[in-house]
Design a protein around this ligand. Structure first.
Ligand code: GLU
Length: 287
């Protein structure tokens, strides 16, 4: 009986080997290889060969990308960047983190200063003219932050004709102008907090998750009001024509949804303040 089982196991192993032999040379889907091989000439092959990657992210946005005392950023976007790097066989300590603010994300990608950007980065048609986006991997929405004792502002309608702080090169800055608020623009969202405290602006407006991070970091001082009034699908920015790299990142995202790494990344960062929601479907658009 025992011998019979061994024989069967041996036969099964031989069949597996034969199967592996048949498929070698094609793609390695289904393999558990820690170091996948990529087609020569692709960005994936170049990065894997280099053993390092440069990723642009925010450095002053709690929950998504915040540089800690060590100088290394932490947050959900940072974890997404680490997942992508690991699928290229690149260790965490071989990731070069570069601060990208809202206005310099496209130029940093176009010039090759960064290999990719994960930075609360809304996918939209205007940006898709100059770069490409993998994802979306999260759906945020524009919202409003006011002083904790302000009961006058409860929705975007209350911003009409009012000074509201946001950031140059961001989608919320454009939306504020569109709805008739008076945008007061700076380079990062933390730079909006002093003007809010000083009463130079009545509110700060950007994505709900960014505002939630700023409110949590400054407990009791601010509050987020109203319902989100835009859709901000977060994508990962890569060079315009690098479709192979974009599709590779899309594959990695989908794998991370299935195997629990995405949820784990959320729970250890933004999930300490915000509820988990299932990620939106990846959009493999043609450009
Ligand atoms: N998601 C918006 C954008 O990409 C606002 C957040 C940001 O500026 O990073 O413009």
């Amino acid at each position: 009986m025992k011998r019979m089982r061994i024989a069967l196991v041996a036969a099964a192993a031989a069949a597996t080997l034969a199967l592996a032999g048949c498929t070698s040379g094609s793609d390695d889907a289904g393999s558990d290889e820690p170091a996948p091989t990529f087609e020569a000439g692709t960005t994936m092959a170049r990065l894997q060969e280099a053993g390092e990657i440069t990723i642009g992210t925010k450095f002053d946005q709690p929950l998504f990308g915040l540089a800690g005392p060590s100088g290394e950023p932490e947050g959900f976007d940072v974890e997404i960047g680490k997942i992508i790097a690991s699928e290229l066989g690149i260790a965490e300590d071989k990731i070069n983190w570069v601060e990208t603010v809202s206005a310099n994300r496209e130029p940093f990608i176009e010039s090759g200063q960064v290999d990719l950007v994960v930075a609360t980065y809304t996918i939209n048609d205007e940006r898709k003219e100059v770069i490409s986006f993998a994802g979306p991997y999260y759906m945020a929405g524009q919202s409003i932050l006011v002083l904790a004792d302000n009961d006058d502002i409860t929705s975007e309608d209350d911003l009409v004709g009012e000074k509201v702080c946001s950031v140059t090169g961001s989608t919320p800055a454009e939306k504020l102008a569109e709805i008739g608020a008076e945008p007061v623009l700076t380079d990062t969202y933390t730079n909006c907090l002093e003007p809010l405290r000083a009463g130079e602006v009545v509110a700060v407006s950007t994505d709900n998750v960014i505002l939630a991070g700023l409110a949590a970091q400054n407990e009791g001082e601010f509050k987020v009001v109203g319902e989100p009034f835009t859709e901000e699908p977060y994508g990962i920015g890569v060079k315009l024509d690098d479709t192979d790299f974009r599709m590779f990142i899309n594959d990695v995202l989908e794998e991370s949804y299935d195997d629990g790494r995405y949820e784990e990344a959320w729970n250890s960062t933004a999930g300490t303040v915000l509820p988990f929601v299932d990620p939106p479907a990846v959009d493999r658009y043609e450009n």
